[in-house]
Write a new protein. Structure first.
Length: 82
């Protein structure tokens, strides 16, 4: 059980919405809280979002950052052997 105080203006809006939707204020608060929690669960960190894109612009797949030194060495070697 949770008890909370709402600012008067917010409580009035909730009461009006409750009458309009034909739902109890508790139902509306529960739905709103559930939606908020679900939206937070769907959030990903900047790292999680970026890991999908690391190494993609080079065409070397996910190993681009791992193999960077080796790629540079091969290019220099090819340049001098040409």
């Amino acid at each position: 059980m949770i008890s909370l105080r709402l600012p008067r203006e917010l409580e009035e809006k909730l009461t009006r919405l409750s009458a309009l939707e034909k739902k109890t204020r508790t139902e509306i608060i529960k739905e709103s809280l559930q939606m908020y929690i679900e939206s937070r669960d769907d959030r990903k960190s900047a790292y999680e979002l970026a890991t999908r894109h690391f190494g993609q612009s080079t065409g070397r797949g996910n190993q681009g950052s791992v193999n960077h030194q080796e790629v540079v060495r091969r290019k220099i070697k090819r340049k001098h052997n040409a």
